[in-house]
Design a protein around this ligand. Sequence first.
Ligand code: SF4
Length: 415
Amino acid sequence: MKGAGPSTKKLRTMRELASLVMEYYAECHRAKAEGRPVGWMPPMNGGIEVFYAMGLMPVFPENYSPVCAAFGAAPPHFETSEAMGFSRDLCGYMRDILGYVHGDMHGPLEPMGGLPEPDLIMSFGGGCIPAMKIFQHLERRFPHAKVFRADMPQVALDDIKEHHVAYAVSEMHRFIEFLERNTGRKLDEERLHEAVNLSDEACRLFDRIMSFRRNIPAPFGASEIGLMFVMVTRQGTRTAVDFLSRVLDEVACRAEARQGVVEEERLRLFWDNIPPWYDLGLLRYFEKAGGVVVAETYSSAWSIRLDTGDPIRALAVKSLMSYPLVSCVSIDRRRDMVLRACRDYAIDGAVFHSNKSCVPITLGQADIMKALERELGIPSVTIDGDHMDIRNFSLAQFQTRADAFMETLLERKGR
Ligand code: SF4
């Protein structure tokens, strides 16, 4: 970790994360070797629970990209995609994954041995343009994979009506029929019910874990955001529920003992936008001044409670809701979400990551910063960067701005 201050009190349970990540990717390779169908799909849609219920293996290119960034494997992928004509200004996930699949997919520098090639591709027609484009390109790159193109209506959260849900339910049925036809496996309703129950339970645990960060001091900070990994890759499994249960137990104990991240929590911070996956230690930089990032926009998007009484409908609703939660939210709604989080988590200052390669989440930050100052008197700072591409980030500039911001906040608090 390049940008951090002094060492902090990390969660003990988070030491399990590395083995969870390795085990997930090992299972992806095992599935391929055993002839268990592997399907590539975008994260956060109802497909994952159906996959696990049918014994299929879901793979998430958008999850592999942060792994590549963390292992320093992304820059060669960017070179490949840029040589193909993709602009450096485009989404970092897109440039990474397209560079990866057009390079040596199983080369020695690829983390986790790379990804097994897809037998199935779920191309969900929703989300931001790069998310859709990734899958259009993957269809061309893997012409032998069977492709399901979901026709999911893209509707803002507040505008989702019963007829949208009814249509999404019909798409879920078409999806299941596609999987049954192309894999020769039947969906067992009981197993689907169980997967949906587990998925909902994981969301309940995740929400509970996050809510403990309202405590002063917060029992853990944003550099532990890696626990999202199970919310992306293991929804609908016992693995996610067991891990999150252990994290919750530890977090609850720390909260009860009033054990924080630093010796004295002097400033509570909010982080807007996707974190810099190549150096999550940057989120701990503020700790040298007693600042702890106690809430962020990105982590809240990975939990959607499900109506477990009607699994297919629940997964249809989840598929409708997932992208609008992150990238297709109006600026007004995002402003309201940030203001509410800053109130709920007793925030002293907000850090806005101006993310060069994610326009949907970066758009409107200046308006949100003004609203924070005007309505809650909370000051903000902008950090220029990129969630994937370290070439668009300057550590010196980050440190200068972060230091000045900490100083201002401490002065305002009279500490
Ligand atoms: S929301 Fe941002 S990071 Fe995610 S796929 Fe879209 S442009 Fe890329």
